[in-house]
Design a binder for this molecule. Structure first.
Ligand code: SF4
Length: 69
């Protein structure tokens, strides 16, 4: 029997951060998700982010495969 994983929807799904390499999602035991930025000195921002000077587009699966990641 497979273990059921609860479905948690991502916060601010339209935030630019979800398309950025810098986003790290922090999951808590209480099923809260924090959005942490790894590219800027300040780690947490008011969401949703619409524009960001530090934005780096996430690599596609094909790009990751080409680079052996
Ligand atoms: S660099 Fe900007 S867009 Fe990318 S995760 Fe950080 S705040 Fe979001």
């Amino acid at each position: 029997m497979s273990k059921q994983v609860p479905e948690i929807s991502l916060p601010f799904p339209y935030s630019l951060c979800h398309q950025c390499e810098g986003l790290k999602l922090i999951y808590t035991k209480k099923q809260t998700i924090y959005m942490m930025c790894m590219l800027r000195e300040e780690r947490y921002f008011s969401q949703p982010i619409r524009q960001c000077g530090a934005f780096v587009a996430k690599k596609t699966n094909e790009e990751q495969a080409e680079q052996g990641e």
